[in-house]
Design a protein around this ligand. Structure first.
Ligand code: C5P
Length: 229
């Protein structure tokens, strides 16, 4: 069954201190969002791309890809999970949803290939790109904010990245169930874990950064340039 990329891009990106949502910032000759959508669509396994945008988004219609036949636009929702659910409505239950942050334009086809291999495994229902934690992790004190309560073990601790790959029907049900049970769902895997499914961790290339702060822009430009060589 086919693989459909679902891209939540309805956030405002307030940490970027920019005049527009971060996915519309220019990176070389294209916006972040165009890099992301074009890279996903260029992968041979991806059959089409669904993007969730904020309802009154004035920037998207001006992009050269706005009317592309491989791309469908849906209205996003209040939370990231709502935007993903809106996108999933356009998929059949047995299609694979490859959910990917708009703000990660540097994802490589090699990483997507490795993630797609989880489709052949019977021990997991899907998987996510991730990277092991390298820094020492501190828990902040609740009684003395700004001070350390204790050190968390980083043993077997990973950063969750995207893409995250799941059968569309299972993911839709898990996200709806997560909403009902008030599970904190900050990525697709959190909903799948809460529903009791096994999810694979796939070690990602560190170039797959999420653009969050202004200093991430030159770094992303560097990684994009590297991948085009
Ligand atoms: O804010 P953050 O970087 O965690 O957002 C991750 C992704 O989720 C971004 O691509 C953002 O546009 C998207 N998002 C969304 N709908 C929301 C909130 C965030 O599509 N309501």
């Amino acid at each position: 069954s086919s693989v459909v990329a679902v891209v939540p891009a309805a956030g405002v990106g307030s940490r970027m201190q920019a005049d527009r949502p971060k996915q519309y910032l220019q990176l070389g000759n294209k916006t972040i969002l165009e890099h992301t959508l074009l890279t996903l669509n260029a992968h041979p396994a991806v059959s089409r791309v669904v993007v969730a945008l904020s309802c009154d988004d004035p920037y998207f219609p001006n992009l050269p890809i706005a009317d592309a036949s491989w791309l469908t636009v849906v209205d996003g929702g209040k939370e990231r999970a709502d935007s993903v659910l809106a996108g999933l409505q356009l998929l059949n239950d047995d299609e694979w949803a490859l959910v990917h942050d708009a703000a990660r334009p540097c994802v490589s086809h090699d990483d997507i290939d490795t993630l797609l291999e989880v489709r052949n495994r019977s021990d997991v229902v899907g998987g996510i790109l991730a990277t092991p934690v390298r820094d020492t992790m501190k828990r902040e004190s609740t009684s003395t904010p700004g001070a350390i309560s204790h050190t968390e073990s980083r043993d077997r601790l990973w950063h969750a990245l995207t893409p995250q790959l799941f059968p569309a029907g299972l993911l839709t049900a898990a996200l709806k169930q997560g909403e009902q049970k008030k599970v904190v769902v900050t990525d697709e895997a959190s909903a799948m874990e809460a529903a009791g499914y096994q999810v694979a961790l796939i070690d990602s290339n560190p170039a797959n950064i999420k653009i969050t702060r202004p200093a991430d822009m030159p770094l992303a430009a560097f990684y994009l340039q590297q991948s085009q060589q």
